[in-house]
Design a binder for this molecule. Sequence first.
Ligand code: ADP
Ligand code: MG
Length: 234
Amino acid sequence: MLSIRGLKSGYAGAEILHGLDVEIKLGEISTIIGPNGSGKSTLLKSIFNLCDIYSGEIKFKDKNITSLPTYELISEGISYVPQGRQVFSDMTVKENLEMGAFIMRDKEVVQRNLADIFEKFPFLKQKANEYAFSLSGGQQQMLSIARALIQDPELILMDEPSLGLSPKTMGEVFEKIKEINKEDVTVLIVEQNAKAAAKIADKIIVLEQGRIALSGGKELLKSKKLENIYFGGE
Ligand code: ADP
Ligand code: MG
């Protein structure tokens, strides 16, 4: 569904990703793990055109989408949930969701998607008119995910959705992600916490210093090599 070939990208001339090949299959949950600064966020930003691409190609459903403007990527069916939630705290829950839908021209579709979101996240309906800052961390993360889902994506990119959450809340967020995936949304998620990632991933991609160090199924988590990447040594 998403096919990345020879991707070199970074910021202002500094190359961070040094030629990645990544294949994301329709319907799967793929997880990118790796130490801090290994380029996980940069990979998502490369797909969503939020950094500079120096070479390589990104194809989505066989269409070359490399460097398409972000609003076009959303119309193509890709949505992005940034690291650190980034909800608009001074806006209400409903206004936050409407911000997610602002590029969608068909207001009837927006209303229908909003109704869908309220069905999937009943607490968001209850709190529709409350300010986002009054929500708990976990609820803000759900709002951030819901704001991307209102765009009705086929592929959702999520950057560390579990960051800063308690283990219990993290579990709830992961359950929600699984549910979303069952409803035909392919998921590409960045996780700092390798163990947490393993709970939901079909496929794991390990980044190390801007290169793919390992990739495969859950069995990777038992590999000695992974331990070395995280904890050093031979
Ligand atoms: P990760 O998400 O794996 O922690 P990032 O993709 O955020 O890693 O960062 C990878 C590298 O890119 C780091 O060395 C970081 O300093 C650099 N970097 C990240 N964002 C920017 C930016 N906006 N401008 C310049 N360098 C950046
Ligand atoms: Mg990051």
